[in-house]
Design a protein around this ligand. Structure first.
Ligand code: CTP
Length: 399
């Protein structure tokens, strides 16, 4: 099957000597049956002509933000909506810097900022520019924003120097995009459930017991599953997070509601239990508000463990069941115990005693404990990147 057939690629060519290779990218994409529209930045037109790009792509080429003829036909918003993916090749240090600061002063940067699609960058620049701390900071920033970086490679440069900064060869860029499309396509047959956020256990109609979970890690995992083609359901306790497009979101309050919704959304191929479920609920929730008394004695009873229940389900157990562990001490021992006792396939543990990661932070550091393999550390990084790393491992496991 030709995964490229009828795919729409928006190619942005920036001003660098590697721009001449981008003509080869157009040729290879066209050969595979893609529709390719091209934007040339002003500097790119000094390296390749719009006519060459137009001849190879058999499409009009866009060069300036205020081209009234082209704008009337297809403006910067429709250009980015039209595409299945955006490829920036070569991506210069200047373009990377503009993306990282959100600047939009020409057609290319405006389209990038306005895009709602997956964006790939194939950087190309002199080795000193590549290694410059400012460029490295910009790269970290844009990676955290979800941009996908291809290369660069190490080798002889057009400027006569040697080092890292050469644009990845066109056929390798095509290969990276092919892997992306293949993953998306292959995963479309898979269904996933993610639980996230805290639960609330009511004492009376106005009061409840809850915890500090923000839901950020679970939401990031659900989003990454969606980006990789999974049909995703997110079952979440109350959070301040925005809904994620194109996934089914079910909002619950109590652990019992989370369990019921999980069960009624099975079967799935993968279930990830990242919610901080309250371990206890109040026995006999009153219909009236509890009145002030000298002391209040609450009787708490155990909530059912959703992760254990689903892991041990006779008929509805997903192929892959992943639990989380929030630990303040003895992380390895407690996580391994949870892995054994709950019957799941992996436990992803985070140390919630550290103030800079875990609960409410945008950052996390996790240790993945597998049933039959040694554990693996994903060092501190944005929760979004942790989510992508986890989803990568899920994909390789279920495929
Ligand atoms: N979990 C669950 N249902 C519960 C409690 C926990 O599904 N009633 C799941 C969580 O979503 C997580 C895993 O179990 O995937 C571990 O949760 P954690 O709070 O770390 O541990 P507990 O099992 O609650 O044990 P403890 O609080 O004693 O550490």
């Amino acid at each position: 099957m030709n995964i490229f057939l009828n795919k729409k690629i928006l190619l942005i060519i920036c001003g660098g000597i590697a721009a001449y290779k981008s003509l080869e990218i157009i040729r290879l994409l066209k050969k595979r049956g893609c529709q390719v529209k091209t934007i040339l930045t002003r500097n790119a037109t000094k390296f390749v002509t719009p006519l060459s790009a137009a001849s190879l792509s058999q499409e009009k080429v866009y060069t300036d933000l205020f081209d009234e003829d082209n704008e009337a036909e297809m403006d910067h918003i429709s250009l980015s909506r039209w595409a299945d993916i955006v490829l920036i090749a070569p991506a210069t240090a200047n373009t990377i810097s503009k993306i990282s600061s959100g600047s939009a002063d020409d057609l290319a940067s405006t389209v990038i900022l306005a895009s709602n699609k997956d964006i790939f960058l194939a950087p190309a620049m002199n080795v000193r520019m590549w290694e410059h701390p400012a460029n490295k900071d910009n790269l970290i920033k844009i990676k955290n924003l979800g941009y996908r970086i291809i290369g660069p490679e190490i080798g002889d440069m057009a400027c006569g120097e040697y080092g890292e900064g050469k644009m990845t060869e066109p056929n390798q860029i095509i290969k990276a995009i092919e892997i992306f499309f293949n993953n998306k396509n292959q995963n479309q047959k898979f269904k996933a459930i993610v639980t996230a956020g805290p639960t609330q256990e009511f004492l009376d109609p106005v009061r409840f017991i809850t915890n500090k979970s923000s839901g950020k890690q679970g939401f990031a995992i659900a989003e990454s599953l969606r980006d990789n083609g999974f049909d995703t359901t997110l079952i979440t306790g109350p959070t301040n997070l925005k809904d994620i497009a194109d996934i089914k979101i079910i909002k619950i309050k109590t652990a019992k509601e989370m369990l019921d919704e999980t069960l009624s959304n099975l079967p799935v191929d993968v279930a990830i239990f990242s919610a901080a479920v309250a371990d206890f609920k109040i026995n006999n929730v009153g219909k009236q508000k509890i009145k002030k008394e000298k002391n209040l004695n609450l009787i708490l009873e155990r909530n059912i463990d959703i992760l254990s229940h689903i892991s041990n389900h006779n008929s509805l157990r997903p192929k892959l069941v992943v639990g989380f562990a929030a630990e303040t001490d003895n992380l390895e021992k407690n996580s391994k115990k949870k892995l054994d006792e709950k019957g799941c396939d992996w436990i992803i543990a985070n140390d919630v005693s550290k103030s800079n990661i875990g609960f409410n932070s945008d950052y996390n550091e996790v240790n993945i404990f597998y049933k039959n393999m040694t554990n693996e550390l994903i060092p501190i990084t944005k929760k979004k990147i942790i989510a992508e790393e986890i989803v990568k491992r899920i994909i390789s496991q279920i495929n």
